[in-house]
Design a protein around this ligand. Sequence first.
Ligand SMILES: [Fe+2]
Length: 464
Amino acid sequence: MSLITGRYGLSYTAATPEAVAAFDDTVSSYLGFGRDIGDRLKGVFGHDPDMPMAHIAKGYFFKLFGSAVMAERAKKALAKAETLAAENQITPRETAHLDALRAWCAEDLDGATAAWESVLIEHPKDAFALRLAHFNHFYDGEGRLMRDSVARVLPEWAEGDPDLGFVLGMYAFGLEEAGDYAAAERFGRRAVEINPADAWSVHAVAHVMEMQGRHGEGIRWVAGLEDSWATTNNFRFHLYWHRALYHLERYEFDQVFALYDRHVACDIESDMYLDVCNAASLLWRLELYGVGVGKRWSDLAEVSLKHVEDHELIFVVMHYLMVLLKSGEREAAGKLSTHLRSYADSGVSQGRVTAACGLATATAMEALVDGDAGGAVAALYPVRSEMYRMGGSHAQRDVWEEMLVDAAVRTDPVLARALLAERTAAKPLNAWGWSKYADVLEATSTSDKSATARARVKDLLAAV
Ligand SMILES: [Fe+2]
């Protein structure tokens, strides 16, 4: 083993320069949602089976699956990396990565993120640390930290750096989740100019369009670049989800179902959590729009049944619970809820999130499936301001806001009126919100305002 310099001047403890070059390409593949991340990592091991950073990466990739089964494999990779670190003189940067993996395996997400951020202070061009911190900030609901984490390193990146586009795209998404839509779009578009296949950057701009209600433009943006981003791994289905969301908000249900059946839910059996999140979230929203979804919930049950003891990412677990509840798997749903109740006392990062808002969300969804809209409001409304802690994007979490609004319309019109005043102000181009607002204004005897809201729905849908 020796110290070998790789891309951006970063040093690695490795046997050969070929191993380090292969490692750099593995990181780039990860940044670009490549279909060959695993093969590339195997390529690194082909050059050097004992490269410490490659074993740390192996652990990271297992953790990124966000499942209990893969978390166990990550622990094995950690053990191997620990052994190699003890046998070799690894660098402080590699040691910090090892600390991050150790913390992550101990479910201390905050500790892992802190380790990556410490790497980035010294090594602003460690794109691996940057993306992993980005990921954990995302699932911690910290849009501003996503933005600032990238802002701290961005001046060190230069035109021509192979991964510059990915960094700009991360910055764009951080800006978007922090609410700076204009800057987000500017950086996102620049990243896509550099690399149209960069799905994360396409996605950042798609989010801007979603948040600003630019549904037609969003459809054209995502569809126009499809030939490029469709080359990526299962993340591409999330871009189809975004496109389906624009169509949903335009009440174009045929297009939503076509995208759902052809893309969003076409690879559920591969057991990637984001696929289930996309599918469950879309089905639940369709039902909130009053549209029947046939037997599609049942088609998601088999995969979700494998995750009744998961807690890696509470945001994800809530989507498994949606499926179990809606597909009639009540015993499994009960098992998952019981698991969450005990996990809420664990004191670890996601355990705290479970206690803060996960349990209440689970209770609310159970109540909704039981037809108890009042119970759902009672569970969800008090934790509304804590929901961001589950992470995911604003657009993804909106499904719970829609559940709350819909339940309140049926059981507490005065509360619903207030929630919908807020929603229509924040999302003035969302016809569903105006339609619910019109209903509740009518129910609370403010018929003149109701007529205005109703006209707004008509105008918005006529403009489609
Ligand atoms: Fe998204």
